[in-house]
Design a protein around this ligand. Structure first.
Ligand code: GLN
Ligand code: ZN
Length: 766
C-alpha cells in the first residue's frame, strides 16, 4: 500500500468559524462550552473531509485554539510565571497568546513572530534558565480520543523537541538553551509513550529546522534526541518542510526514525540524493502537493517524479503535502464568483487532499485507475499554458527590453540632493508621516456601500475626496512639511493595487490564518502583470491641488506586493517581481508627470522575503533591489523617492537597503530607542533617513521632550542634514484625536530642534 497523508489541515473552518467563535468568547458573548462545541464541529468537518478524500490517516493535533507552538508549550507545561494559575486552563492559554482572557488578570502577552518564511505567526516559547517540563495539558490526548470515534488510523502531529527549543527564547542571551535539551527529551518521551498507550502507531514529529543551516551543536542535538526518543512499537515520521535538507541531508536520512518526510516542492533537487541515502527499512514520505500555494497539482508531472522513487523503494514511499495545509485556504467550492477558468487552475486544502489520494491510487491500483483525473489535469495544464489571460506578449517583450539605465537614476545621490534641495525647499529636520491616516468607520462604510451598490462610483469618489481634504486640512493645521493624502481609498495596501493591475484575481473566501483569530486573504497573481490605467494619480493630484505644500505620492513596492500574494509557479518569482515593478514604474512616472515631487514606495515586506538559507540571500537581495530600482528610476532627479520599511532588524541587509538608492528611507526605531541606528556607526548610510520617533502601535501620546531626546540620540549616528522626522509607521489604526496630539508634539519637537540649531525653519539649509 502506498500511503496517502497530509501534514495538517486548516483549523479556521471553511467559513472562518473559529475566528467568530474566538472573538465572541473573548468578548464574553459565548460560554466556554459553546466555544468547545464550535471547535469540535470544525474538527468533525475536517476529519470528514479527510475520510471523504480517502486519506490513510486522520491528522490529529493540527487543530489549535490559537497556535500549535503555544499548544506544545502547554503540553510541556511551559507556562511563564506571570501566567501561572493553580490549574492552567484555556483562559491561561489565551492570556499567554494575547495578554487577556475572560478570566484572569491582564498581563503582557508572550512574543509572537513569523513561522519560518510564512505569514503565519507563532507564540514564542519563553523558557527560564531553570525551566522544568512536565506533561500537563491533555488537549492532544482528548483529541486523540475524540478522533478514534471516526474509526480511522490516527496520526498525531507535534513539533519536535529540537525545533521547539530552537524557536524558544531565554531572557539571558548568553545562556545556552541546549542545556535544557535533556530535560525536554524526557518529557517528549513521556508524551510519545502516552501516544503509544493510546494505540497510536505513527507520530508526525516535526523538525523543520532541518532545512536551515544548522551549526554542529544543533546537528548533534538532533542526533542525540532521536537516538533517545525510542518507544517500543511507536514509529516516528521525522517531518521537515519549507525547503531542502541541504547540509543536513545525511543526518536526517540516517536518524533512527521509522520515516522521513521531505518537501518535494521546495526541495525537489534533493530527491535523487535522498533516495540513495535512505536506509533499507525506512519510509520516505514525499510532499509533492504544495501546501503553501493555491495551484492545482500537475498530476502527470507529479507522477513522473514519484514513479522512479516508487520503482526504487516500493511501498516505503508515502505521498503527502509538502507542508501543513494550514497555509492554504480551506475549500475552493466556497468560491462562487471567481471566473470559471481561473477557478479551474486552483486547489485549496480540501482539493489538495483529493490530489494526494489520487496520486497514491495510481500506485495502489494502476495508473489507468486515475485516467480521468490525469486527463483533466493535462487539459488544465494545456489551457493554462495557452491562456491569453495569463500570457501577454507585450509584457514579456517589455521585460526583455529592460536596460541597465532603467534601474539607475540619472545622477548619483550627492548630486540629486542638491537638485532636490532647491526644488523642494525644505527646512532641516523636515517632518512627514508614513502615508495612512485613521481609517474611520465612516471610511469603511463608504467602501461597503459602494460594494453593495448603495452608493455609486461618483458618489464614492466625492466622499473619498472629502476625506482627503480633511486629512490635508489637518496636516496644514499641524504644520507638517511633506503632506500625504491619507490613503482613505485603500482597503489594504496590496489588495488596492492588485485590484487595479492585470494578472491578479481575488477570492471571496480564500482566508489563511495569520495568527489567532486574524486571517488574511492574499490576492492571487495568475498572469502577466501590467497596469491598465493610473491607480493613484487621481487621488494624489487632487490632494496636491488643495495645498502649496508638497504632497507625497504613496505606492506599495514590488516585493511587498509579491510577498503578500499567492504567486505564479510557472515562472520564477523574480520575473513576476519585475513585471510588478514595471507596472509600478508607470505609476511613478505618471505621478511625476502630474507634478508630484515626492513619491514613497513602501517595502515593509522587503526583509520578509529573505530565503531561509543564507546562501540564497544575495540572489534574493539582488532581485529585490533591482525590482525597487526599476520601479523608482524612471523620473527626473528633482523628484524625491522615499521608501518605508517597518521593522528594526536590518543590520544584516543594510548594504542592500543602501543599494535601493531611495533618496529618503523611513524606518521603525522608536521601540528600540534608536538602537537600530548603531548599525550606522560602522556603515555610512549615504542618503536621507527618517528613524521613526514614536510608536504608532501604542495609544500613548509621546511628549515633545521624549521625541526631542530620541532625535538627539539619532543625531549621534546620522548627520543632521540627513535626518527626517516621522512616526514609525502609518496611522490607519489610530484615532484622529490621538493622531493630532502625537503629531503636534512631533512637529513641535522638530521646531525646537531647528531653533536649537540656530536656524529658522524657513531658511534653506538643506
Ligand atoms: N503607507 C503605508 C501606511 O502608512 C505603510 C504601511 C506599512 O508600512 N505596513 O499605512
Ligand atoms: Zn510600516
Amino acid at each position: 500500500m502506498t500511503i496517502a497523508h497530509h501534514l495538517g489541515f486548516p483549523r479556521i473552518g471553511a467559513n472562518r468559524q473559529l475566528k467568530w467563535a474566538l472573538e465572541r468568547y473573548w468578548q464574553g458573548q459565548i460560554t466556554q462550552a459553546e466555544l468547545y462545541e464550535q471547535g469540535m464541529q470544525i474538527r468533525t468537518e475536517n476529519y470528514t473531509q479527510q475520510i471523504k478524500a480517502g486519506l490513510d490517516f486522520l491528522s490529529v493535533g493540527d487543530f489549535s485554539w490559537y497556535d500549535h507552538v503555544l499548544d506544545m508549550s502547554f503540553l510541556l507545561g511551559v507556562i511563564p510565571e506571570r501566567f501561572q494559575s493553580p490549574s492552567p486552563d484555556i483562559d491561561t492559554y489565551f492570556r499567554m497568546a494575547r495578554g487577556r482572557a475572560p478570566q484572569g488578570e491582564d498581563t503582557f502577552a508572550s512574543e509572537m513572530t513569523k513561522w519560518f518564511d510564512t505569514n503565519y505567526h507563532y507564540i514564542v516559547p519563553e523558557l527560564s534558565e531553570q525551566q522544568l517540563f512536565t506533561m500537563t495539558h491533555h488537549k492532544l490526548f482528548d483529541e486523540i480520543k475524540e478522533a478514534k470515534s471516526f474509526n480511522k488510523k490516527i496520526k498525531p502531529c507535534i513539533i519536535g523537541p529540537v525545533t521547539y527549543l530552537y524557536l524558544s527564547k531565554v531572557k539571558n542571551p548568553n545562556f545556552n538553551k541546549l542545556s535544557l535539551l535533556k530535560k525536554l527529551q524526557e518529557t517528549y518521551l513521556e508524551i510519545l509513550t502516552k501516544c503509544r498507550e493510546e494505540g497510536i502507531e505513527w507520530v508526525q514529529i516535526e523538525e523543520p529546522i532541518l532545512v536551515l543551516e544548522l551549526d554542529p551543536a544543533w546537528q548533534k542535538a538532533i542526533k542525540e534526541t532521536y537516538d533517545f526518543l525510542q518507544v517500543k512499537d511507536l514509529k516516528l515520521l521525522l517531518t521537515t518542510y519549507f525547503g531542502s535538507l541541504g547540509q543536513n541531508i545525511k543526518l536526517a536520512s540516517t536518524l533512527p526514525t521509522a520515516g522521513l518526510h521531505i518537501d518535494a516542492i521546495r526541495g525537489q533537487d534533493q530527491l535523487s540524493e535522498i533516495i540513495n541515502l535512505i536506509p533499507q527499512n525506512k519510509i520516505l514520505s514525499v510532499g509533492i502537493v504544495d501546501g503553501r500555494n493555491i495551484w492545482r497539482t500537475d498530476l502527470r508531472k507529479a507522477l513522473a517524479i514519484l514513479k522512479p522513487l516508487h520503482a526504487k523503494i516500493g511501498e516505503r514511499l508515502w505521498i503527502g503535502s509538502s507542508c501543513s495545509l494550514l497555509h492554504s485556504p480551506v475549500d475552493l467550492n466556497n468560491e462562487t464568483v471567481l471566473e470559471a477558468d481561473i477557478k479551474n487552475w486552483l486547489a485549496f486544502a480540501v482539493q489538495k487532499l483529493h490530489e494526494i489520494a489520487t496520486l497514491a491510487k495510481a500506485f495502489n491500483e494502476e495508473e489507468a485507475s486515475i485516467a480521468t483525473e490525469l486527463t483533466a489535469s493535462d487539459a488544465i495544464v494545456v489551457a493554462k499554458s495557452e491562456s491569453t489571460r495569463i500570457h501577454h506578449p507585450l509584457v514579456k517583450k517589455r521585460l526583455k527590453d529592460i536596460t541597465s539605465d532603467m534601474t539607475q537614476r540619472k545622477n548619483p545621490y550627492s548630486l540629486r540632493k542638491i537638485i532636490q534641495n532647491s526644488a523642494l525647499n525644505l527646512p532641516i529636520f523636515p517632518t512627514t508621516t508614513i502615508g495612512s491616516f485613521p481609517q474611520t468607520q465612516a471610511i469603511r462604510s463608504l467602501r461597503k456601500d459602494l460594494k453593495s451598490g448603495k452608493i455609486d462610483e461618483e458618489n464614492y469618489e466625492y466622499e473619498i475626496k472629502k476625506q482627503i481634504a480633511y486629512a490635508i486640512q489637518q496636516q496644514l493645521e499641524l504644520d507638517l512639511d511633506v503632506l500625504v493624502h491619507g490613503e482613505a481609498e485603500r482597503n489594504d495596501m496590496v489588495e488596492y493595487f492588485g485590484e487595479q493591475l492585470a494578472g491578479f484575481a481575488f477570492t471571496q473566501n480564500g482566508w489563511v490564518q495569520s495568527y489567532g483569530s486574524r486571517c488574511v486573504k492574499p490576492p492571487i497573481i495568475y498572469g502577466d502583470v501590467f497596469r491598465e490605467k493610473p491607480m493613484t494619480v487621481k487621488w494624489i493630484t487632487y490632494a496636491q491641488t488643495l495645498t502649496t505644500k508638497l504632497v507625497k505620492g504613496m505606492l506599495t513596492g514590488p516585493m511587498t506586493i509579491l510577498c503578500w500574494s499567492f504567486v505564479r509557479d510557472d515562472q520564477p518569482r523574480e520575473v513576476t517581481a519585475k513585471q510588478i515593478a514595471l507596472a509600478l514604474r508607470d505609476e511613478v512616472i505618471d505621478l511625476a508627470k502630474n507634478g508630484i515631487k515626492v513619491i514613497q514606495i513602501d517595502e515593509p515586506a522587503f526583509r520578509e522575503g529573505l530565503p531561509l538559507k543564507k546562501i540564497y540571500w544575495q540572489d534574493y537581495l539582488q532581485e529585490a533591489v533591482l525590482a525597487f530600482r526599476l520601479t523608482s528610476s524612471g523620473i527626473p532627479d528633482h523628484v524625491q523617492i522615499h521608501t518605508h520599511m517597518c521593522y528594526s532588524e536590518f543590520n544584516d541587509i543594510i548594504e542592500a537597503i543602501a543599494n535601493l538608492d531611495a533618496d529618503v528611507i523611513t524606518i521603525e526605531t522608536s521601540r528600540s530607542q534608536m538602537e537600530l541606528l548603531k548599525a550606522f556607526e560602522t556603515f555610512h548610510y549615504p542618503n536621507d533617513i527618517g528613524p521613526g520617533v514614536y510608536d504608532i502601535h501604542s495609544p500613548c501620546i509621546p511628549t515633545v521632550d521624549e521625541i526631542v531626546a530620541l532625535i538627539e540620540k539619532a543625531t549621534q549616528f546620522i548627520p543632521i542634514t540627513q535626518l527626517w522626522i516621522n512616526p514609525d509607521c502609518g496611522l490607519k489604526t489610530r484615532e484622529w484625536r490621538e493622531t493630532r496630539l502625537a503629531l503636534q508634539n512631533m512637529v513641535n519637537a522638530a521646531k525646537m530642534l531647528r531653533e536649537k540649531q540656530g536656524v529658522i525653519a524657513t531658511e534653506k539649509v538643506r
